[in-house]
Design a protein around this ligand. Sequence first.
Ligand SMILES: Nc1nc(=O)c2c([nH]1)NC[C@@H]1CN(c3ccc(C(=O)N[C@@H](CCC(=O)O)C(=O)O)cc3)CN21
Ligand SMILES: CC(C)C(=O)C(=O)O
Ligand SMILES: [Mg+2]
Length: 269
Amino acid sequence: MSAHAPIRRFTVPQIAARKGDTPIVALTAYTAPMAAMVDQHAEVILVGDSVGMVIHGLPSTIGVTLDMMILHGQAVMRGSERAIVVVDMPFGSYEESPQQAFRNAGRIMAETGCGAVKLEGGLRMADTIRFLTERGIPVMGHIGLTPQATNTMGGFKTQGRDQATWPAHIADARAVEQAGAFSLVVEGVIEGLADQITQSVAIPTIGIGASNRCDGQILVLDDMLGLSGRVPRFVRKFGDLGTQASDAIAEYAAAVRDRSFPSEAQVYR
Ligand SMILES: Nc1nc(=O)c2c([nH]1)NC[C@@H]1CN(c3ccc(C(=O)N[C@@H](CCC(=O)O)C(=O)O)cc3)CN21
Ligand SMILES: CC(C)C(=O)C(=O)O
Ligand SMILES: [Mg+2]
C-alpha cells in the first residue's frame, strides 16, 4: 500500500455488518467544518432534515426542501473523507410513489456524492425502499417516532408505551429490513420495544431516544454540543458550546464598546 493511499469511506456493507458488534457511532452534521470534526470519530454522518429546525429556525421538518438537503449534503461531503454520509429525504420528496422517490434520491446521490439516503416509514414505505435498493440506491430506514409525521402523530411523542402497539412497530422494522435497507434508525421508543426491534432484524439498529438496546446511537450534533437550547430528555449534553459562544460574544461586545478591541496584535501599521 502506498504512503498516499486515499482514505476510503466506510461502505454500506461495512455498516450493515456491524449487527451486535461494537456500537455504531453516528452523528448529524450540516456544515463542512462540523463534518470534519465528526469525521474523526464517527462511522456515519447523517445530514438530517433536522437541519430545518436546528439551522434554519423552522418549527418542524415539514418545510425542509430537497434543495436544502442537497446544499448541506454537498458541504458535509466536502468536509469529510472517512465516514459514510447519509442524507435524509425531506418531507414530500418520496411519499408519492417509488418513482418519485427514485428521481429525488437519484438527485441527492448524484449532486452530493453521498453514500446512502434515509427515509421515514415502515410497512407503508417498503415498496419504495425496495424500488431504490434494487436500483443501486442504499437506504437507511427510520421507524418509531418519525418526525415528518408530527401532524398525524400529534407531536413528537415517545412510541411503544402501549404494548399493544409493539407488533406494528416490529412489523415496520421487518418490512424495512426485507425491502433491502442496510440499517435502521429507531427513534423515540421505550427500551423494551427497542430491544424487541433490535432482536427482530438482522440489520443494525441505530437508536435516538431508544435506549442502548440498539446496535448504534445517533444524536443531533448541535444538541449534544449544547448549541440548541432546550433539548429532549434523551439528549446528553457532552459539551456546553452555547454558553461558551454566548460568553465570547458578550466579551467581544464589551471590548468594542470600551475600545480595548482591536489592540496592538490586531492593528496594521
Ligand atoms: N434539535 C433536534 N433534535 C432532535 O433530536 C430532533 C430535531 N431537532 N428535529 C427532528 C426530530 C424531532 N425530535 C424530537 C423533538 C422533541 C422530542 C420531545 O420533546 N420528546 C419528549 C417526549 C415526550 C413523550 O414522552 O411523549 C421529551 O420530553 O423528551 C422528541 C424528539 C427528534 N429530532
Ligand atoms: C435525528 C436523526 C435520526 C434525523 O433523522 C435527523 O437529524 O433529521
Ligand atoms: Mg430526519
